[in-house]
Design a protein around this ligand. Structure first.
Ligand code: FAD
Length: 300
């Protein structure tokens, strides 16, 4: 298993900026993330230092080149889950394997995809969950469903299978984006994939059944929402981070409430702009450097 000192989730302005600081401080730095939304043909007209507009893709390419110059390792690899270990480090599960890190910087932007279940908020904590590692225990041997269409959903379903044999996936009518390897693992684990949409949760005192868009119902004890990619909120659930709405709570130094976990950029929900993401990334980098000084896994 690979180990790095700093693992940054996100290859946008916040993640790249943080990496430039941590790598220049001599810390082994791994960025996991793919092209951010801004990395297209958009003219950026308000970023300091560019008298003429620069495209988002060029700005990101320049940031990547700069980070690489300091030895940052960068991979377009999706993170599926992050968990603390009993050694004070973090285990990061990706679509390709597992990496451990001494500190984590979340720079995932905002990408919360809604469940499409009309009354989901009425059932949160009463049958609808966003965190398998937090809540699967409560659904041992019960009938559960993961709503989602990608590898994040597939991974959640496979994890649930360790708690109950009654697991299915419902795509909410979206095209599957799972890799063949994950589809094979689901088939082997006997997890069916339904091409339907759950529109409503049903039940008097908590979830008892789901209502599909075709008008049929099915008894159900639990729904785990895992649409799209794992977002900063999903990591917040599994790491126990404080949240403010759809954002992660971070202080002025980009520290979260969990030692060793920092957050920067759009995922903390301040002014959603490149300049702010870059500034917060720098602060998160500095805080992570401070955190790791004098810290090692032997407690020395
Ligand atoms: P993002 O740039 O959103 O980057 C998020 C990163 O996280 C991506 O690399 C993504 O792949 C990664 N990620 C997310 N989930 C995972 C996961 N599970 N595993 C691995 N990686 C993951 N701002 C301006 O200042 N000026 C502008 O002119 C401007 N124009 C914009 C135009 C458009 C079309 C858009 C969409 C935004 C614009 N913005 C602009 C806003 C700006 O893009 C954001 O504020 C900024 O990109 C935020 O940076 P970030 O690093 O926090 O997140």
């Amino acid at each position: 298993m690979n180990h790095v000192q700093i693992l940054i989730v996100g290859q946008g302005p916040a993640g790249l900026s943080a990496a430039i600081y941590t790598a220049r401080a001599g810390l082994s730095t791994q960025i996991l993330g793919c092209a951010p939304k801004i990395a297209g043909d958009y003219d950026i007209d308000n970023y300091f230092g560019f008298p003429e507009p620069i495209t988002g893709s060029e700005l990101i390419e320049r940031g990547k080149a700069q980070a690489k110059r300091f030895g940052v390792d960068m991979r377009c690899e999706r993170v599926l889950g992050i968990h603390p270990t009993d050694k004070g480090t973090f285990e990061v599960k990706t679509e390709k394997g597992t990496i451990t890190a001494d500190a984590i910087i979340l720079a995932t932007g905002v990408a919360r995809v809604k469940s499409m279940i009309q009354n989901a908020s009425d059932y949160e904590g009463k049958g609808i969950s966003y965190c398998v590692s937090c809540d699967a225990f409560f659904y041992r041997n019960k009938k559960v469903m993961v709503v989602g269409e990608g590898i994040f959903a597939a991974n959640q379903a496979l994890e649930l299978k360790e708690y109950t044999p009654h697991v299915s996936i419902c795509t909410q009518g979206r095209a599957l984006t799972m890799t063949p390897a994950f589809l094979q693992r689901l088939e082997k684990a006997d997890i069916p994939i339904l091409d339907k949409t759950v529109t409503k949760a049903l039940g008097e005192n908590g979830l008892e059944a789901v209502l599909y868009d075709d008008g049929t119902t099915e008894p159900m004890d639990g729904i785990f929402v895992a649409r799209g990619e794992a977002s900063s909120l999903d990591f917040a659930y599994s790491l126990g981070l404080l949240r403010k709405g759809v954002f992660i709570e971070a202080d002025n130094e980009q520290k979260t409430n969990v030692p060793g976990v920092f957050a920067a950029g759009d995922c903390v929900g301040n002014f959603l702009q490149i300049s702010v993401a870059v500034g917060e990334g720098a602060k998160a980098g500095r805080s992570a450097i401070k955190y790791l000084k004098g810290f090692n896994n032997n407690g020395e």
